[in-house]
Design a protein around this ligand. Structure first.
Ligand code: MLC
Ligand code: AMP
Length: 507
């Protein structure tokens, strides 16, 4: 199924309904679904006038703002492939994505244009927005975007986005998400979680990752509910947002729930009284956070499990037991197998790797046939996540095949940092591991082997310039050697535990 019919439920079906509020205080602005239809038609006309063709890639490097939505809908209408880029990324991380995806242009703010690699066509979002408003009145979809023509140019297999996700190689790969992936995900989630046009969705997740983009944007557009979009989650403003807007639904990562627990208990009670559903995912939700949230907000958080490559796979039920520490049951249309290294199903109660298949699973990795071939076996996608299924079907995640670190819902592949560290003066070997953190789940710490010329102050400064802030190790430990197997593989579980007293290279 193409995606436009899903969007049309609201763009056309609920044209006069209030759709979206964004901006603060006096600058707050509300648009109807009909406004979004017109604005996205104008954006589509602008993109065509600028020569963007079906199948071209178009990047965006932006904090949440309404133009991302205008542009996204326009790209769906034209069959353009959107490449979202994490705003926390620094120049070298951006360069990798831009070089790999080869977009015709990257839309960003004027202040960030200089961070794009040389030769990239950069489009200033403010200028585009002003120019789009002059491209007709947006009341008609240009001929090639009309209903019949659109279904001729787009179907379930039409690529819709390349969302970059770090691979075990350290360099991130673009998961090719199709229109059918987003459509299936929205249909399944709205049916499973009971989203309707009566809901009010507070969206604080970044729209450059699939949690915000796949779940947030598309559950909203399919249900036709109202959404309040904020630039980014900010714990110090959360109370005001919740109390003023009174959302019925909130999607968050565990760190957001940890922050919400800091609110006064009467505020928590009032927020809980207005709400219907709190969903959590992207990283493990500790059982004690679920329990504390239930006692303070009066809601059992619904935890679900997904991935960039697969959108959502498994979810605790809306009606029925939401079991702490588990991610619940396979979602409708998604098959989940738990298998051993040889690809054989393991018995109930035995750990194995989760393999998934369904209309939510991506078409492969952009221009990486080998990585795609390694990830898919007979139509099943190997997630790399290790889990176990109980006799009644509930799935518990136990870890990953790779040493991925998830901090605040953002992924860190240690190898990317380790390779860079070993190129620095005085550092011979490096191992980066995740250590438990009460708010962010995990934070990275680096174990280093080197000599006295190692300058951790300079290394930290350079790391901050080169990498997104969440990837910068929060601690550095000096060790004489890294524990290795006979074959030379680092055994990270044998590294000394990280404590405040760990021997730092600066000590
Ligand atoms: C965090 N920062 C941001 C930001 N989030 N900057 C811009 N936009 C954002 N969205 C920066 C801050 O400037 C700061 O930088 C640092 O990150 C920590 O910020 P904080 O204010 O201390 O935030 P904190 O209370 O810790 O909360 C962080 C957070 C953030 C929860 C808001 O981690 C976040 O937005 N996480 C969501 C990630 C996400 O969407 N993941 C889904 C992936 S898809 P500095 O320099 O001071 O450190 C996926 C599949 C699935 O996993 O299943 O969903
Ligand atoms: P990403 O590559 O950013 O899409 O991150 C996907 C990974 O996040 C998955 O492979 C899981 O390891 C992890 N993840 C997502 N949801 C959960 C969850 N509810 N509990 C534990 N891990 C999760």
């Amino acid at each position: 199924m193409a995606l436009l019919p899903i969007l049309d439920q609201s763009l056309r079906g609920r044209a006069t309904h209030p759709a979206l509020t964004f901006g603060d205080g006096d600058a707050a602005h509300t648009l109807t679904f009909g406004d979004l239809e017109r604005r996205s038609n104008q954006w589509a006309a602008l993109l065509r006038a600028r020569g963007v063709q079906r199948g071209d890639r178009l990047g965006f490097l932006l904090v949440n703002r309404v133009e991302i939505i205008d542009c996204w809908i326009a790209c769906v209408k034209l069959g353009i492939i959107v490449v979202p880029i994490n705003v926390l990324y620094q120049a070298r991380e951006i360069r990798h994505i831009v070089t790999d995806a080869d977009p015709v242009a990257v839309i960003t703010s004027a202040a960030r244009i200089s961070e794009l690699p040389d030769g990239t066509r950069a489009w200033d979002v403010e200028q585009l927005a002003a120019e789009a408003a002059t491209h007709g009145d947006g009341t008609t979809r240009p001929a090639m975007m009309g209903d019949a023509a659109q279904s001729a140019v787009a179907d379930a297999d039409t690529p819709c986005a390349l969302v970059y996700t770090s691979g075990t190689t350290g360099a991130s790969k673009g998961a090719i998400l199709t229109q059918g992936n987003f459509a299936a995900n929205a249909l399944v989630l709205n049916a499973s979680w009971g989203m309707t046009s009566a809901d009010r969705l507070l969206m604080t997740l970044p729209l450059f990752h699939v949690h915000g983009l796949g779940n947030g944007l598309h559950c909203w557009l399919l249900s036709g509910c109202h959404m309040q979009l904020v630039e980014r989650f900010d714990a110090s403003r959360a109370a005001a947002w919740f109390l003023d807007y009174q959302p019925t639904v909130f999607f968050g990562v565990p760190t957001m729930y940890v922050r919400l627990l800091e609110l006064e208990s009467d505020v928590a009670t009032r927020i809980g009284a207005a709400a219907r559903l709190f969903v959590c995912g992207s990283a493990p939700l500790p059982a004690h956070v679920l329990d504390a949230f239930q006692s303070r907000f009066g809601h059992v958080i619904l935890e679900r499990y997904g991935m960039t490559e697969t959108l959502m796979n498994v979810s605790n039920p809306y009606h029925g037991e939401r079991r702490a520490g588990t991610v619940g049951l396979p979602l409708p249309l998604t098959g989940v197998r738990i298998r051993d290294e040889a690809g054989t199903d393991v018995p109930i109660g035995t750990s194995g790797e989760l393999w998934v298949r369904g209309p939510n699973v991506c078409a492969g990795y952009w221009r990486r046939p080998e990585a795609t071939a390694a990830a898919f076996v007979d139509g099943w996608f190997r997630t790399g996540d290790i889990g176990v299924r109980a006799a009644d079907g509930y799935i518990t995640l136990e870890g990953r095949r790779s040493d991925l670190i998830i901090s605040g819902g953002f992924n860190i592949y240690p190898r990317e940092i380790e390779e860079w560290l070993t190129e620095q003066p005085g550092i011979r070997e490096a191992a980066v591991v995740g250590v438990a953190d009460p708010a962010r789940g995990e934070v990275p710490v680096a174990y280093l082997v080197g000599d006295d010329t190692m300058d951790i102050g300079a290394v930290t400064e350079a790391l901050r310039r080169e990498f997104a802030s969440f990837k910068v190790p929060r601690g550095f430990v000096r060790v004489d050697a890294l524990p290795r197997t006979a074959l030379g593989k680092v055994q990270k579980h044998l590294l000394p535990a990280f404590t405040a007293a760990s021997p730092s290279p600066t000590a």
